[in-house]
Design a protein. Structure first.
Length: 227
């Protein structure tokens, strides 16, 4: 199966999907404890198991939704990257850098006025630092040409995913979304080269099954021709 020009193993894609959901869900849930600690505390002291479970499931559900948004953005990025390479050719890295700068500027200056400027700048700095760290790790695992595309995913795609909550102006909601989104994007990016690498044993089994089907089909045709 091909995704965004990459040859992938369907089994690996499914594994990556659920592993990403798990990571995003856990990160989002832990974030909710710090962001909305008082909501948890009102059901811990005094202890109310049913209401506490409801709060846990509520924020876990939020985290999973945001993780799915990140997964959608990741696969969209694969197609965008392939299209950009074909359309802009050698200028694609320059275009990506320009879009990265525009995305950072947009998050800092075109978000809701209800969000304090210090938070906007802190958010931009945080996303930029995380993007640099993840992109650097990606380079060490693959090659130097992966740096700019990795930054594009971590900054531009994240900015697009956050655009709605940044316009809404709820700081807590922004934090609740940005953490699972970044965690999910980082994991998918760092695991992509393993998902797309050719599994020779898997390819051999596919070839053997295809050969067996062709032999069975040939046998049926021979049997029908004898009748």
């Amino acid at each position: 199966m091909k995704v965004g020009g990459f040859l992938v193993n369907s089994r690996k894609i499914v594994h990556m999907f659920f592993k990403t959901l798990f990571i995003g869900g856990i990160v989002g849930f832990i974030t909710s404890i710090f962001v909305n600690f008082e909501q948890y505390m009102q059901f811990i002291a005094p202890f109310n198991a049913l209401d506490l479970l409801g709060v846990v499931l509520f924020y876990l559900g939020y985290a999973l939704v945001f993780t799915v948004v990140s997964q959608t953005g990741f696969f969209a990025y694969l197609f965008i990257h392939r299209f950009g390479e074909g359309f802009f050719k050698s200028f694609w890295p320059i275009v990506q850098v320009i879009l990265i700068l525009l995305a950072l500027f947009d998050m800092a200056y075109f978000s809701s006025d209800n969000i304090p400027l210090w938070f906007k700048l802190s958010l931009v700095g945080f996303i930029l630092v995380v993007g640099l760290i993840v992109s650097r790790i990606k380079v060490t695992k693959t090659n130097s040409t992966a740096f700019i595309p990795s930054m594009f995913l971590m900054v531009v795609v994240t900015a697009l995913e956050l655009s709605m909550v940044l316009r809404a102006g709820d700081v807590r909601f922004v934090v609740l979304m940005v953490m699972p989104v970044l965690a999910a994007s980082a994991y998918q990016l760092l695991i992509l080269h393993k998902v797309t690498e050719v599994d020779e044993e898997h390819q051999r089994r596919i070839a053997e099954r295809r050969k067996a089907r062709m032999e069975r089909l040939k046998e049926k045709q021979q049997a029908s021709s004898k009748k």
